[in-house]
Design a protein around this ligand. Structure first.
Ligand code: DAH
Length: 337
């Protein structure tokens, strides 16, 4: 019996100094394991004299139960403590802001292009596409710019071969549409154009929007009405508009359209070169020679055409002074629009 009491005493001492689950597991193996101290005594029960055996046996059993229960209790305490510690160290602050993926946004040139398209679509124009790699015929000849004509010098051109160019303007789409369809026509054609040009206001690739309206009885006043409405929608109803005589081979008469300088309100500054006006569009009545090329009856039909540079308009709307900023892909710049 002394052996049993010293077993219990030893257990109590050991368990008293155990402080974690790993230590507890060692004690459990030592006392309650298959090869543990309790089992050893149960196995040796037969060596106890029969008259002492019942008391010895029931005491051993009590001690066995006591040890197992004590271990279970400690285990519960340690597990609870471990869980609390984990909760404490893994605490989540659900009020912290999340990880944001920055959103992309539409390029300023595309934003303005959308506005331009919306305005013309609201006036009943439809949108037409054309190829960026274009035949010399559509880019120049059908627009009354014959080979070796000095007007070709106005547009420094990337030639793919003698007869194929990167289109220098969106005007060839006029010809392609007129070849396919009869009047009445009311179209715009936005897209990329290419010129061998590069400085603060020119890039080798830029965007234009071409416009064309053909019907019976179209006059210069129709052109004026459409373009004034367009400019007032885009730049505000108070924007002064001026039509100035000009020359394009594919229109006659031709005009350049200026708006009152939005930087100095017309008093004269560096941007408008002290004139108070800024050019934003070329336009005119379609030259009968262009109609003849596509087989339109010039005594029945007349029309107007116009063309504008989208980067230039974007720069005016957002007061951007260097066109190259638009194509450097610097997010600090682009995120402002
Ligand atoms: N194609 C001309 C250019 O690139 C712009 C232009 C001017 C287009 C007058 C037109 C027009 O349709 O009538 O400079």
């Amino acid at each position: 019996m002394d052996d049993l009491f010293s077993l219990k005493k030893a257990f109590l001492e050991e368990i008293g100094s155990v402080d974690d689950l790993a230590g507890l597991q060692l004690v459990r193996t030592k006392y309650s394991g298959k090869k543990g101290l309790i089992r050893a005594r149960l196995r040796d029960l037969s060596s106890i004299p029969p008259d002492k055996r019942p008391l010895y046996g029931s005491t051993l059993n009590d001690i066995k139960n006591f040890i197992e229960e004590t271990i279970r209790n400690r285990e519960l305490i340690f597990k609870t403590r471990e869980k609390e510690q984990r909760l404490e160290t893994e605490k989540l602050d659900i009020t912290l802001p999340g990880n944001f993926t920055p959103f992309g946004r539409r390029h300023p040139v595309n934003q303005i292009l959308s506005e331009i398209k919306d305005i013309f679509v609201s006036m009943g124009f439809s949108i037409e596409d054309g190829p960026e790699v274009e035949n010399d015929y559509y880019n120049f000849e059908a627009l009354n710019i014959p080979k070796d004509h000095p007007a070709r010098d106005m547009q420094d051109t990337f030639y793919i071969s003698d007869d194929i160019v990167l289109r220098t303007h969106t005007s060839p789409v006029q010809v392609r549409v007129m070849e396919k369809r009869d009047p009445p026509l009311k179209i715009i054609s936005p897209g990329k154009v290419y010129r061998c040009d590069s400085d603060v206001s020119h890039t080798a690739m830029f965007h234009q929007v071409e416009g064309l309206m053909v019907d019976t009885g179209i006059s210069f006043s129709d052109l004026k009405g459409v373009l004034e409405l367009f400019i007032h929608s885009l730049f505000g109803a108070d924007t002064p508009v001026r039509f100035r005589p000009s020359y394009f081979p594919f229109t006659e008469p031709s005009a350049e359209i200026d708006i009152g300088c939005i930087f100095c309100s017309g008093s004269g500054c560096g941007v408008c070169k002290t004139t108070g006006w800024i050019e934003i569009l070329g336009a005119g009545l379609v030259n009968p020679k262009v109609f003849e090329m596509v087989g339109y009856n010039t005594s029945e039909y007349s029309g107007f055409a116009f063309g504008m540079g989208v980067e230039r308009i974007t720069m005016l709307r957002y007061s951007i002074d260097d066109i190259r900023l638009l194509y450097e892909n610097d997010a600090r710049f682009l995120n402002q629009f």
